[in-house]
Design a protein around this ligand. Sequence first.
Ligand code: ADP
Length: 280
Amino acid sequence: VYAEIAENKLRISRHDVVLGRILGEGFFGEVHEGVYTSQSGEKTRVAVKTCKECSAEVKEKFLSEADLMKNLEHPHIVRLIGVTEFDPVWIVMELYEHGELGNYLIEQQYMLTTATLTLYSLQICKALAYLEGLSMVHRDIAVRNVLVASSDCVKLGDFGLSRYVDEQEYYKASVTRLPIKWMAPESINFRRFTTASDVWMFGVCVWEIFSRAQQPFFWLENSQVIDQLESGVRLPKPQQCPPQVYGLLTRCWAYEPHRRPTFAQLVCSLRCVTALLLWT
Ligand code: ADP
């Protein structure tokens, strides 16, 4: 992975990055704010992921996220700027100063209109339609993995669990730290992850958006979730969620994966709802 990144333009020199305060704790180490100066002298505010105990094996895993992100270019996906050339290895990304959508929804509760929340849902959906076109499954769609660039622009991030899958194939996960309450029944039962299971998770993420970042199924234990889903129970309509949007969510939560809409279809439907809300 490292060799591949080093080959292309994403390789950057540590001297061009000035580290600032800590933004948060990532899975591999601290994430810092910083400033990156490009070859042409242009300065960009960045977020820098560091890797604390970076053995060769850990480094490979740490860099796999950057490796996936390097091929992605979309207005609603976190932008990778580069990876430092020598150890200690840093992953440098564009900074989204409002941070995680989950926290933002709580902090800005009274400022966010139904139209804005629908717009965020549409933007995440567009990012996922783009991944769908690349046969890539994200596997961890949740408001904690969406960053806020500005009050009307969010970016899907955290490709740590993402994988490319063949169209007929699926990724069989071996990870044990799985986000059960966000997961489709086939993911919980058989660890089967496909674009259709991403659609289910997207539905849960939209539910979080309209519930102002409440935890889905907070009233249940992880171990109780699958029985509930199999007996037909689904997340209830959040108070602020327009009925048309909730109608889409219930379709995302069809038990049979092939009955769920595609992201391309969801983009069309959400566009209509967004247009309606913005004009009324
Ligand atoms: P990991 O995926 O390695 O666990 P995260 O992506 O969750 O790490 O990052 C940890 C924290 O750093 C997050 O809570 C988030 O607030 C912050 N962060 C990560 N990337 C960015 C970014 N591009 N812009 C702003 N904040 C970020």
